[in-house]
Write a protein that binds this ligand. Structure first.
Ligand SMILES: Nc1ncnc2c1ncn2[C@@H]1O[C@H](COP(=O)(O)OP(=O)(O)OP(=O)(O)O)[C@@H](O)[C@H]1O
Length: 582
């Protein structure tokens, strides 16, 4: 507080020729207990206090005595900008206050002083209360921040932390008053680095920390500078991206599963044949344990359906089922698809980075379809990941723990590939813990009709038809070798349902290639089981008539080729359920 804030401004002065009576009147009027005495030029030449006046009266002076005779000439002059604390010990009533221009600007009087100090105190109290309120507000703002906040002084001693900070800290350590380098956070080293950099650069510094289990923190250090631009405090903000990462991963997982569900048909497993019953028994047994399974079999036999059945019957059923077709993804993309990548890992990479299929499958099952098509370099990486149960994203430094079950499938002869050095033996043994072979459809003939009926029902429903197969078609289905297995059967049934005009599907609707298998080769008839002669005759007649119709296009010419009259042929065709349009 400056003297000018507590002084009485522009005090009344007395000319040196005035009397003690004038001085006494002045004191009464102004309630001031001292008066500066001036000469003709208005220069201060002395001061007369009430106390001095009383002393003079006691010593024989009268009210007509001139002030000049008793005034105090020993002047105590103070500049108005002096701090009040510096003059506390001085005789208050005798102080004259001058301004910068050396002119009298005030005096100090006790009463004024008390009033002013009282007012100043009141002001200070108000200001304190205001400061207290602001402080409270600031504290609650810091508290309300979802980000963790650490306030550190320039010596690296923690001044305060908010409660969000404690969310990041797993122990009960109290950081206030302790060194920043002792805080028990995984990212302590980075925080201290940011702090040092802020002190050095005197500006905001950013860093990012990636830890275990998708934990990620953005660290911001901001300096609080004094008037000389020196940092007094550093405010460290910690934004936790861990939850966000988990949500991102979950949503990537859902969209991956959704994509695969959208592109796939319903995966109901249909089987009737004892060969397939044995496979299913094995599947259900292996589903209960977490072992790796290698599914082998020709293309289209149902390896993927079986893989899904294993997943759905296992304890991981609630977890994700992530499928990757190693043969369908270009070799240069396969690694990033499998392992994912960090942002900026390579040109053209997604800005944000991307989790790989292995990461997405965490907690569930990863199905490696066409595993025989995996390039040798990736076979090494896959094996390492499976053995160590952790992966690194491309460009990433932090290991990601894996908890996945691996199911693999192939239609290739992996053992032959090992001899040819196209498949690693160690990976083969790692994958082939439980081998399950799915026989081709031609080796489980009693599955053909249940599957055909299943697909017929599905496509009737899908396209809103009520088509059915003639008995001849069913017989031909059972005889056909189905090189494309169940996939070929499903595709054919869909095509027949769509393309056939009438409700019953007759053999003449079957594709050329399908019929060829039964009719070519200078009439070599394939016999795989004993059936009544009548049925055999009907079957041969059916196939011959259909072929003749297709090849000759007219009833007359077909009859000629078959050696019967066209009317006989028409009658015969009708009795066999063959549809003929001229
Ligand atoms: N037992 C089955 N019951 C019902 N549908 C089946 C069955 N087996 C196969 N399918 C169906 O046949 C089609 C091919 O099956 P899937 O894709 O599982 O064969 P795959 O052996 O994995 O073939 P690829 O080796 O070419 O990948 C799919 O539409 C599938 O739904």
């Amino acid at each position: 507080m400056k003297v000018k804030q507590v002084m009485l401004e522009n005090p009344r002065t007395l000319h040196r020729s005035k009397t003690l009576g004038d001085a006494s009147d002045l004191y009464k009027q102004t309630k001031v207990n001292c008066a500066p005495i001036v000469d003709d030029n208005n220069n201060v030449v002395g001061i007369l206090t009430v106390f001095r006046l009383l002393e003079a009266l006691e010593s024989g002076a009268t009210f007509s005595t001139s002030v000049e005779e008793v005034m105090d000439r020993n002047l105590q002059i103070i500049n108005e900008d002096t701090n009040f604390s510096q003059i506390r010990h001085k005789p208050i009533d005798r102080l004259l206050i001058f301004n910068r221009n050396n002119q009298l600007s005030g005096v100090l009087t006790r009463i004024d002083l008390i009033n002013k100090v009282h007012k100043a105190l009141e002001n200070t109290e108000d200001k304190l209360a205001e400061a207290f309120e602001t402080n409270k507000k600031l504290k609650s703002i810091i508290e309300a921040s979802y980000d963790g906040i650490i306030v550190v002084d320039k010596y690296g001693i923690v001044q305060m932390v908010n409660s969000s900070y404690f969310r990041l800290q797993t122990s009960l350590h109290e950081p206030n008053g302790k060194s920043l380098s002792d805080i028990p956070l995984e990212c302590c080293h980075q925080i201290n680095k940011v702090f040092q950099e802020v002190l050095q650069k005197r500006k905001v510094v950013f860093d990012r920390f990636r830890g275990k289990d998708f934990s990620e923190l953005a660290i911001t250090g901001s300096p609080v500078l004094d008037e000389q631009n020196h940092p007094t405090l550093v405010v460290i903000g910690l934004r936790d991206y861990t939850e966000l990462n988990k949500i991102k991963l979950q949503s990537a997982r859902y969209s991956q599963e959704l994509k695969s569900l959208r592109t796939k048909d319903q995966k109901e497993l249909i089987f009737h044949d004892t060969a397939m019953e044995l496979v299913v028994q094995k599947v259900l047994r292996v589903a209960e344990v977490d072992s790796t399974v290698l599914l082998t079999g020709e293309s289209g036999v149902g390896k993927e359906v079986i893989a899904r059945t294993i997943h759905n019957s296992s304890t991981r059923a609630e977890g994700p089922f992530i499928e990757i077709n190693c043969g369908a993804i270009p070799e240069n993309l396969l690694e990033s698809e499998l392992f994912g990548y960090e942002k900026g890992a390579f040109t053209g990479a997604n800005k944000e980075g991307k989790p790989g299929m292995m990461e997405l499958a965490n907690g569930g099952t990863l199905f490696l379809d066409e595993v025989g098509d995996l390039p040798l370099t990736l076979q090494v990486k896959l094996l390492r990941a499976l053995q160590e149960q952790e992966i690194y994203r491309i460009g990433g430094r932090n290991a990601i723990k894996l908890d996945i079950r691996i199911l693999a499938a192939t239609n290739k002869d992996l053992e032959k590939m090992i001899v040819e050095k196209k498949f690693r033996e160690d990976l083969y043994y790692r994958l082939n813990v439980v081998p399950i072979h799915i026989p081709p459809l031609r080796e489980r003939k009693s599955d053909i009709l249940p599957l055909a009926m299943h697909f017929l029902e599905r496509f009737n429903l899908k396209y809103n038809f009520r088509k059915s197969f003639s008995s001849e078609v069913c017989k031909l289905f059972e005889k056909y070798s189905w090189p494309g297995n169940v996939r070929e059967l499903a595709n054919l049934v869909e095509r027949l349902v769509i393309m056939t005009e009438q409700d019953i599907i007759y053999p003449d609707q079957l594709p050329e290639t399908f019929l060829k298998q039964h009719t070519t080769g200078s009439m070599q008839i394939e016999i795989d089981k004993i059936i009544p002669l009548k049925d055999a005759r009907e079957q041969v007649e059916t196939e011959l008539i259909i072929k003749a119709f297709k090849e000759y296009g007219s009833l007359r010419r077909a009859g000629e080729a078959l050696g019967v009259a066209h009317s006989t042929l028409l009658r015969k065709a009708r009795s066999l359920g063959i549809h003929y349009e001229d």
